[in-house]
Design a protein around this ligand. Structure first.
Ligand SMILES: Nc1ncnc2c1ncn2[C@@H]1O[C@H](COP(=O)(O)OP(=O)(O)OP(=O)(O)O)[C@@H](O)[C@H]1O
Ligand SMILES: [Mg+2]
Length: 138
């Protein structure tokens, strides 16, 4: 279980927060990132990948839907926002990504909640002000 509740005042702070928490994200874990548009989910995931020793570009999988990274562990970054058809996710092999080798990070997990396992750990992002975000484990 990851437990934290923090405010950040810039995207750099969000990246640093994610870096500091990155060792708590474990292979076999499935993590859901809940929060409004531009609340910092992808920014946080960039920080996580940096903390997991990935060097290189991290882009939002808004259009690709799924990005894979060879970091310290294999990291799978999924964004459900643009694909709300559940059977499409199953066709894409969603379940194959849930295995003990992968850290699976899912933005907009509520869209596919009905097909997610019960053990997903959720992280919530809230827009408090222009640059202020509240980020916490649920
Ligand atoms: N404290 C903060 N933490 C994170 N991002 C911030 C913060 N303050 C401002 N920002 C800005 O908010 C935006 C966050 O974008 P990001 O892509 O991380 O959001 P997201 O939650 O992934 O959105 P989406 O739902 O569209 O995928 C960026 O433009 C970033 O510069
Ligand atoms: Mg995003």
């Amino acid at each position: 279980m990851i437990q934290f509740d923090k405010n950040t005042d810039s995207s750099d702070q969000t990246i640093l927060l994610a870096k500091s928490l990155s060792s708590k994200f474990k292979p076999g874990g499935i993590y859901g990132f809940i929060g409004d548009l531009a609340s910092g989910k992808t920014t946080f995931i960039k920080g996580l990948l940096s903390g997991l020793d990935f060097i290189g570009m991290v882009n939002s999988p808004t259009f690709t839907l799924i990005n894979e990274y060879d970091a310290k562990h294999k990291v799978i970054h999924i964004d459900c926002y643009r694909e709300k058809n559940i059977s499409r996710w199953i066709q894409l092999g969603l379940y194959d990504y849930f295995n003990p080798n992968n850290i699976v990070l899912i933005e907009w997990p509520e869209i596919i909640e009905s097909i997610l396992p019960k053990n997903v750990q959720y992280i919530k992002f809230e827009n408090i002000d222009t640059d202020k975000r509240r980020i916490r484990s649920l």
